[in-house]
Design a protein around this ligand. Structure first.
Ligand code: 13P
Ligand code: SF4
Length: 296
């Protein structure tokens, strides 16, 4: 296929998030969650990274590889949650809570990361907040993920930011109830960006890669998946013989912006290069490296 040849000629690696369109998943060298893809970005020997995910993921790859060419195949692929927190607002919140460290979800801009002490993903948010010696933590921007962390970290006060993921907020308990009625033997798995009520109903919440690992290890055969429905493609490949039921309309249009044609054009035209100011890269790198050092 054209993309395979182009990739070899350019010494490029294609990193794809688990929510990518299935044809984009098929051409990706590595698929994963935000944490796993950051690890891949930090250790690749390829000269060019083509990042098939939303904007903040490609930016993180650039921050971790300032001297490499990082390409984002479609600049319209932006995470709305990441756009919900800005530097001005974060500085104001820091001034209201002097001394409280800022844990920023990777779903933030490079500028917000540069104002943060440590980043986290949904795979290690609990571990990271637990590991901090402080009793008060500023957590941005996802309130639902912050509330999920608070379930496990009772001895710290979390200062929240009113951000959310429109896709996961759209998943309702009644959607899960409907599916459970139709498939009573199915185990329910959701993402921690879902509301607390949805997480309570499901009982199990993981990052996208965590969902895949759970499904592979589970003796169950049927699963209701409360996250972006493109995950079902990856799950079917990783766990053949198991059956998955997605929540209707659980789609992230932003993740779906990237098409196979965009990936090809990105390799042919070396577009769209992620460029960030050197001072932002320098400041945002430390919180990302701390996140990687923490592990899953
Ligand atoms: P993961 O890190 O779990 O893959 O999640 C990323 C994301 O954007 C979820 O909406
Ligand atoms: Fe952002 Fe939600 Fe889409 Fe993830 S699913 S990229 S958090 S809008």
């Amino acid at each position: 296929m054209e993309i395979v040849g182009l990739k070899e000629r350019k010494n490029a690696v294609i990193l794809g998030h688990n929510y990518q369109r299935k044809e984009v998943q098929e051409v990706s060298d590595f698929l994963g969650d935000s944490y796993g893809l950051s690890v891949q970005a930090s250790k690749t020997s390829a000269k060019v990274i083509v990042f098939c995910g939303v904007d903040f993921m490609a930016e993180s790859a650039k921050i971790l590889n300032p001297h490499k060419v990082v390409l984002h195949p479609n600049l319209k692929s932006k995470c709305p949650m990441a756009g919900m927190v800005d530097v001005k607002g974060l500085r104001e919140l820091k001034a209201e809570h002097p001394g409280a460290p800022v844990v920023s979800y990777v779903n933030t801009s490079a500028e917000v990361k540069a104002e943060s002490d440590i980043c986290c993903t949904s795979a290690n948010a609990v571990k990271i907040v637990q590991s901090l010696p402080d009793t008060k933590i500023i957590f941005v921007p996802d309130t639902n993920l912050g509330l999920y962390v608070q379930r496990y970290v009772k001895d710290k006060e979390i200062v929240f930011w009113p951000g959310y993921c429109p896709t996961h907020m759209g998943i309702k308990v009644k959607d899960l109830e409907g599916l459970k009625e139709q498939h009573p033997a199915a185990e329910i798995l959701v993402h921690p960006e879902c509301t607390p009520e949805v997480i309570d109903y499901a009982g199990l919440a993981y990052s996208t890669e965590g969902i895949i690992q759970h499904v592979k290890a589970s003796p169950k055969r049927e699963f209701i998946i409360g996250t972006e429905s493109n995950m079902l493609h990856r799950l079917a490949k990783e766990a053949p013989g198991k059956v998955f039921y997605g929540v209707p309309n659980a789609t992230c249009p932003n993740m779906r912006e990237i098409t196979l044609e965009d990936v090809r054009d990105s390799l042919v035209k070396t577009q769209h290069r992620i460029e960030l100011p050197a001072d932002i890269i320098k400041k945002a790198r430390l919180p990302l490296e701390r996140m990687l050092r923490a592990g899953r």
